[in-house]
Every structure is written in structure tokens, then in C-alpha cells.
Design a protein around this ligand. Structure first.
Ligand code: FMN
Length: 388
């Protein structure tokens, strides 16, 4: 990658977003108090998937998925999530230029596995120029064909990021910037849609607005309606504002109002999903058709299996030590294979907190993981803390 990051490298410290805070209650009762009164098990068992989801993306057969997470949702994390039940995944936001400018060296192997094990997949693009975004979208399709041949047909989605709140990103007229510039946002969406074959689904990631003003909500609605009018299959709405970044709750009430106002639209929700139960609280309380699982999945891919268990009427099962070891080993092998030993080890240290928190001696395990620099350091941690 020639030392240049092609994804946003959005780190918790820069966004002010703790990757895994301990929520007092989820969702925040101030916004959706009665969501806490719902029985997520009943919602899960009774849930019927909106048939438009698998009709749009064959294989997307459960109402939740691995969210795009810059710096996290690489193919290693995605494959671990899939193995535990996520039917669909979103890449990190990829800067359009990384795909169309010669100086950028995006390694296709980081985007696409050599086989179908990372499908169906949404490749998420972020950018500021309609022509560049369109060119990048076309390039993604070419790369998918080159890496996967016919296997990618019907299992690839292009997702447009109009949500990223990082100031540096918005200043460059990317991501969340566009929610305050609806005409430009629609041009961007149009350019991407028109550049791709009509049967290749496009989707969009939004926040609920640039801030809390009525003008911001009107701008949001223009972009939201504009996306569907252009043929976008769904919008995933993170119910925090751009200004809010990650402070305060995701306003599920906004999602509920949106679903009530647009009952025929396929709308997915995002924000404050920390447990498998939260997925069904959001589905049941807001009426969205699908739930994006973001920080709650970092170092806790079992959230997907637990959600599937709830749907099957079973009690969600926590992974025992043997299973934690197996999945951590799988994640490590994939991450070190993808990024190399040193960079992969550094990368895994970011995710370690989540994995360690499932361990009875979480603090000590976390401290050991934060020091790991090589494969043998990780091996020693596994032997010491996850015996057997
Ligand atoms: C570190 C970090 C990186 C993120 N990167 C992306 C991204 O690349 N694309 C995207 O659509 N959303 C991204 N998000 C937003 C999440 O997908 C999600 O919408 C947000 O975290 C709210 O969900 P949560 O409160 O359940 O975590 C990111 C969030 C965090 C914390």
C-alpha cells in the first residue's frame, strides 16, 4: 500500500468514539425507554425477514449484518463474523481515489478473498467528486470479476458513505459533509448508480442529519428520498447526527418516525447495538428491516451467533474458553496473513479488548495482548490464558 492508507483509518481516538464503552443501558432509555420493555426473544422468534432483502442480495437471509468499521472490518474480521452467522458484511469505507489514481496501491487481496468465502459483500466507497466515485465503483466491479469471476455475480453491493463524521474527512467534502449539501449528495449518488449495471444493487449509509436543526432534517430527507428515487435498494441510517459524532445516544425514535413515514422503503438502522438482544429491540421498536452491528461486534463476533440463536428460540450461548481460543486463533491467522506479522499484531491489539473482556481474567489478558508484537507473542498468550 506504499505507506498510504486507502481506507479512512478512522480510529476511536480521532472520532471520540470509544470502540467498546460499557453502556449503562442499551438503547439509551431517554430516547426509547419503552424499547427496553420489549422482550427481544419474542421479537426474534416472531421476526419475518423482509423478502426484498434476499431478493436484492441472495444469501442475505437474516435481519442483521457486520457494519462497515474503518480500521476493523477488513476481510479477516468479516470472515470471522460470517463463520458465526453474519449473512452480509460491509467493508471499511474505501477512498474512491485509492481505486482510480495510479499513485495509490490498493491491494485487491485486501478487498476480495480468492474464493466465495467473503460474499455477499458491500464495498463501501467514500469521496467528493461524482466522476471519481463513479470510476471507483466501476473499478470495484472489475476487481471483483478479476478476483472472483462469476462467483461475485449477484453477490456484490456498492454502498456509498454519506455518514462519516470525522472532521478531517468532512472538510474534504466527503462522508457526512454531504448531508449538509443535498444537491451535491444526489449528484454523487446518481453518478455511482448510472455507472453500474442496473442489476448491481447500490445502497447508501447516512446519519440522521448534519445536526439537530429542522433544516438538517429537511436536507437528510432530500438525500434519503433522492437515493430511493435513483434506485438505491436501501439506506442504512445511523441515528446520530454528524455534529454529534459518537456523543450521546443513537436516536432510535428518529428511526421509528422514518419507518412510519416511509413504510414502503427498505430501511436499515444503526447505533447502540451492543448485544444480540439489542438487535431485536431495534427491529421491534423502530420497525427497521435490518440492523447494522458495529462496535458491538469488535472482538465479539459471537453476537451474530447469539442473534441467530434468539431467532431459533434458543438461549444465546456465551463462548467457552476453548471456543474463544479457536476463534481468536482464526482471527489472528487471517489478520496476520493479510497484513503481515508486525502490522497484523498491532492491528489485533486494537481488537483484543473485546476478546479479552469475555475472559474471566479480562484485565490481565488484555494487558498481555496489548504488548503482543509477533506471532509467537500471540501463541504464548493463547497457551497461557486459553489452555486446551
Ligand atoms: C472506529 C469506527 C469506524 C467506523 N467506520 C465506518 C465505516 O468505514 N463505514 C461506515 O459506514 N460506518 C463506519 N462507522 C460507523 C458504524 O458503522 C456505526 O454506524 C456506528 O458505530 C454506530 O453504531 P454503534 O453505536 O452500534 O457502534 C465506524 C464507527 C467506528 C466507531
Amino acid at each position: 500500500m506504499a505507506g498510504r492508507e486507502y481506507h479512512l483509518g478512522m480510529q476511536p481516538s480521532r472520532t471520540g468514539a470509544p470502540s467498546r464503552p460499557a453502556p449503562a443501558a442499551s438503547p439509551d432509555p431517554g430516547d426509547a425507554a419503552d424499547a427496553l420493555a420489549l422482550d427481544p426473544r419474542r421479537v426474534a422468534v416472531a421476526h419475518r425477514l423482509d423478502p426484498r432483502i434476499p431478493a436484492t442480495v441472495p444469501g442475505f437471509d437474516r435481519p442483521f449484518f457486520q457494519a462497515g468499521l474503518a480500521g476493523y472490518s477488513d476481510s479477516a474480521m468479516r470472515r470471522v463474523a460470517r463463520a458465526l452467522g453474519s449473512p452480509f458484511c460491509v467493508t471499511e469505507a474505501i477512498l474512491d481515489r485509492a481505486l482510480v489514481e495510479p499513485g495509490w496501491k490498493l491491494d485487491p487481496a485486501e478487498l476480495f478473498a480468492a474464493d466465495a468465502s467473503d460474499l455477499p459483500l458491500a464495498v463501501q466507497l467514500i469521496g467528493s467528486q461524482p466522476a471519481e466515485m463513479a470510476g471507483a465503483a466501476v473499478r470495484v466491479v472489475e476487481l471483483a470479476r478479476a478476483c472472483l469471476g462469476d462467483q461475485a455475480t449477484g453477490r456484490l453491493v456498492i454502498d456509498v458513505n454519506l455518514a462519516c463524521p470525522v472532521r478531517k474527512v468532512a472538510r474534504k467534502r466527503r462522508g457526512g459533509h454531504w448531508l449538509a449539501a443535498p444537491s451535491g449528495a444526489i449528484e454523487l449518488l446518481r453518478a455511482v448508480r448510472e455507472a453500474l449495471p442496473p442489476d448491481l444493487p447500490c445502497t447508501v449509509k447516512l446519519r440522521r442529519g448534519s445536526d439537530d436543526s429542522p433544516a438538517a432534517e429537511a436536507d437528510f430527507l432530500r438525500v434519503f428520498e433522492g437515493a430511493y428515487a435513483l434506485g438505491y435498494a436501501w439506506a442504512t441510517v445511523h441515528a446520530r447526527s454528524v455534529e454529534q459524532a459518537y456523543r450521546g445516544p443513537s436516536q432510535w425514535r428518529f428511526l421509528r418516525r422514518l419507518v412510519q413515514a416511509y413504510p414502503d422503503r427498505l430501511i436499515f438502522g444503526s447505533g447502540d447495538i451492543w448485544t444480540a438482544e439489542d438487535i431485536f429491540r431495534m427491529l421491534g421498536w423502530t420497525g427497521v428491516a435490518g440492523v447494522s452491528v458495529a462496535r458491538g461486534s469488535i472482538g465479539n463476533p459471537w453476537i451474530f451467533r447469539q442473534a441467530a440463536q434468539l431467532m431459533a428460540g434458543e438461549a444465546p450461548r456465551k463462548p467457552d474458553s476453548r471456543e474463544q481460543r479457536r476463534v481468536l486463533t482464526q482471527h489472528l491467522d487471517l489478520a496476520l496473513g493479510l497484513k503481515g506479522e508486525r502490522a497484523g499484531s498491532r492491528h489485533m491489539r486494537k481488537i483484543a479488548g473485546g476478546y479479552a473482556s469475555l475472559h474471566p481474567e479480562g484485565d490481565r489478558v488484555r494487558a498481555a495482548m496489548f504488548r503482543a508484537q509477533t506471532r509467537s507473542d500471540w501463541q504464548a498468550i493463547l497457551e497461557r490464558w486459553y489452555p486446551g
